[in-house]
Ligand binder design. Structure first.
Ligand code: P1T
Length: 393
């Protein structure tokens, strides 16, 4: 059945997930098989080998394509495997323009892997779209955006940059991991590829690692599907199934993540030990107008996501004590699960970015990143309050 005209919540539960034809199983089965019997050489019943295609992965791919408003979704064994497949579309000598703030692992792949293979990169603060004009060259083939960025929660204007990039024949990829398709629709705004670490909000339960790339052009989809199969960084059936199970509740989880995060952000902003709170749903957010245009609105309020970046009014030692004291928040890398996590980007997720570059984009030693979960917000607030008291005692 075609669910394209259905609402987001309905697509999340039904797109690619019709009851199974043979048994009527309501939930897509885990087709835990590497290969498929062929009635005659070269003839098959739709699947040959699970790297190439697998019914459980197909269901997830179809669902994610529907949620992002694309024509094809491709899933990968991690977010970085999805990134790798996209960069593998380029040739040696090609140039990439990228936002200067992004997940440290993405930067590491660009800088330590792809540069050795002859790609070149220019990074800039693309909050000002005119910065793109200064960075683009005749060799530029890809514009890589992350918005909101990890960890500074900077926004880039996808629609404005897509127009500029397309005028130069440059493909636009948007890492939509932080916002999710529930809050932000990059393809509708003009991007060519929406990218995800499905490890995060899409899976939503911190129990599996995965990635996805969704496109709105069939020819680009075919090129990416070729790389997916040729390079082979695909997720197994069980990981695909866990992700598909998670994505069914994406809309309701995101609303609670946003509601809890806004409450915590407002409270932290008043806290005497806090220097700055960055949260796209706050009235004080620097790019408040762009947030209102680009992120989903609910009841006149911008849904700012579940991530908060907080700069303590102290030193590294205060941040260390704070992070070691929290209990309702778990000190861990990653984000986007139902449980609240907290981390220190300079030491943890963004350690692969050189210190001077980290400082230039604002990742200081007193900066902590919160992934606000869907526990009761009062327990989360009490935990942070207690940990701040101990850290500054
Ligand atoms: O971890 P993996 O599934 O390979 O996804 C990489 C990735 C891509 N894009 C963004 C925006 C990300 O945040 C990540 C992974 N990030 C973390 C593990 C983290 O703690 O920030």
């Amino acid at each position: 059945m075609n669910w394209n005209d259905a609402h987001f919540e309905t697509k999340a539960i039904h797109a690619g997930q019709d009851p199974e034809a043979k048994t009527g199983a309501v939930v897509v089965p885990i087709f835990q098989t590497s290969t498929f019997a062929q009635p005659a050489p070269g003839e098959h019943l739709g699947h040959e080998y699970s790297r190439t295609s697998n019914p459980t992965r197909d269901a997830l791919q179809e669902c994610l394509a529907a949620l992002e408003g694309g024509v094809q979704g491709l899933c990968f064994s991690s977010g970085l495997a999805a990134t790798h497949a996209i960069l593998a579309l380029l040739d040696a000598g090609d140039h990439v323009v990228a936002m200067d703030d992004m997940y440290g692992g993405t930067f590491r792949q660009f800088d330590k892997v792809w540069r050795r293979h002859g790609l070149t990169f220019s990074y800039g603060d693309l909050r000002d779209p005119a910065v793109f004009d200064a960075l683009v060259t005749p060799q530029t083939k890809l514009l890589w955006l992350e918005t909101p960025t990890n960890p500074m929660l900077k926004l880039v204007d996808i629609a404005a940059l897509a127009v500029k990039a397309h005028a130069h024949g440059v493909l636009v990829a948007v890492d939509n991991t932080f916002a999710t398709p529930y809050l932000q629709q990059p393809l509708a705004l003009g991007a060519d590829i929406a990218v995800h670490s499905t490890t995060k909000y899409i899976g939503g339960h911190s129990d599996t690692v995965g990635g996805a790339a969704i496109v709105r052009d069939r020819a680009l989809g075919a090129r990416l599907a070729f790389v997916q199969n040729a390079n082979g960084g695909t997720p197994g059936p069980f990981d695909s199934w866990l992700t598909l199970r998670g994505v069914k509740t994406l809309a309701v989880r995101m609303e609670r993540h946003c509601q809890n995060a806004l409450t915590i952000a407002q409270w932290l902003e008043q806290h005497p030990r806090v220097k700055q709170v960055i949260y796209p749903g706050l009235p004080s957010f620097a790019q408040r107008d762009l947030a209102a245009r680009q992120l989903r609105q609910l009841g006149g309020q911008t849904l700012g996501g579940g991530m908060i970046t907080v700069i303590l009014d102290g030193e590294l030692a205060h941040a260390r004590k704070f992070l070691s004291t929290v209990r309702a928040f778990t000190l861990a890398e990653s984000l986007g699960g139902v449980e609240s996590l907290i981390e220190h980007p300079a030491i943890m997720t963004h350690a692969s970015i050189p210190p001077e570059q980290r400082r230039a984009i604002g990742i200081s030693d007193s900066l902590c990143r919160l992934s606000v979960g869907i526990e009761h917000v009062a327990d989360l607030q009490a935990d942070l309050d207690h940990a701040l008291q101990i850290a500054f005692a």
